[in-house]
Ligand binder design. Sequence first.
Ligand code: GTP
Ligand code: MG
Length: 308
Amino acid sequence: MTDDLTELPGVGDKTAEKLEDAGYGSLESIGASSAAELQEAADIGEKTAQSAISAAHEQLDHGYSTGKEKLEERDAVNRIATGSEEFDELMGGGVESHSITEVYGEYGSGKTQVALQLTVNVQKGEEGKKAVFIDTEDTFMPERVKQMAEAEDMDAEEVLDNIFVARAFNSDHQILLGDKAQEICEENDIGLIVVDSLTGEFRSDYVGRGQLAERQQKLNKHMKNLKKLASTYNAAVMVTNQVMSNPDQMFGDPTKAIGGHIAGHNSTFRIYLRKSKKDKRVARLVDSPYLPEGEAAFKITEEGIRDA
Ligand code: GTP
Ligand code: MG
């Protein structure tokens, strides 16, 4: 989806080219940008950037809309099944497109398993779409995806072929991969973007107290970018976040407060996962704009996520 950007005031061929190269090829992406972003991307002044943004909004008919139009927009939202009906019910039908869902919990609580299941389930049915997986902990397991796909009677190779996986080596690289995901979204019908884990690299890259502000700022920018992808391409974004089982033990570690705080403000839905007996897990919907708080039990089986 590339629009003719030269129709925007002050944007000539050269500027349009620079914008496109930097990933701002559509009116949607320009409208969703800040002036500072565009200034940097296309080497233009603040005024030009601002008027390009407002013109993009105007052309896209952004601004006030009626409640009825908002409802129609909501109708376009897709929901990805989790594999467990009870879990889906908790989420109002599944993991929603157009927003960020944060899944947090301690190690082994099932965050990655849920993420992998979603990369399979987003492909199901006639309206099936593809997935992007930004992997910061080397936890993307193709064999596991294969297992889950076969349990759904899907062609495992095809399923794997429809997942774009990138390994992030540090937090800057992770941010870059987030930016690059836009190109993939332009060229493919992407219904899901996973970042597993959202905070791990940030935690190790910014250790001291003095670096907290910078970490917070970078993480915020990263999430704003993910949010933009979610709304531009009507994709579901799912990010994972680890929490310490006993924060007191990790004296001085600010991860919980900071990562949680920034991630929380930028996420539409927040789900807390915890281990229960044996292979049972409990998902708690902690934050949602319109769904009641509640819990769902599920289990992790050979086939994937299932009802408990
Ligand atoms: P961290 O990334 O370490 O924070 O953990 P996580 O929350 O991502 O946990 P993950 O999703 O990796 O869950 C791991 C757990 O899933 C394991 O401890 C197993 O209990 C379960 N699991 C993974 N694969 C299988 C499988 O093939 N069969 C069954 N029954 N359980 C599995
Ligand atoms: Mg994991």
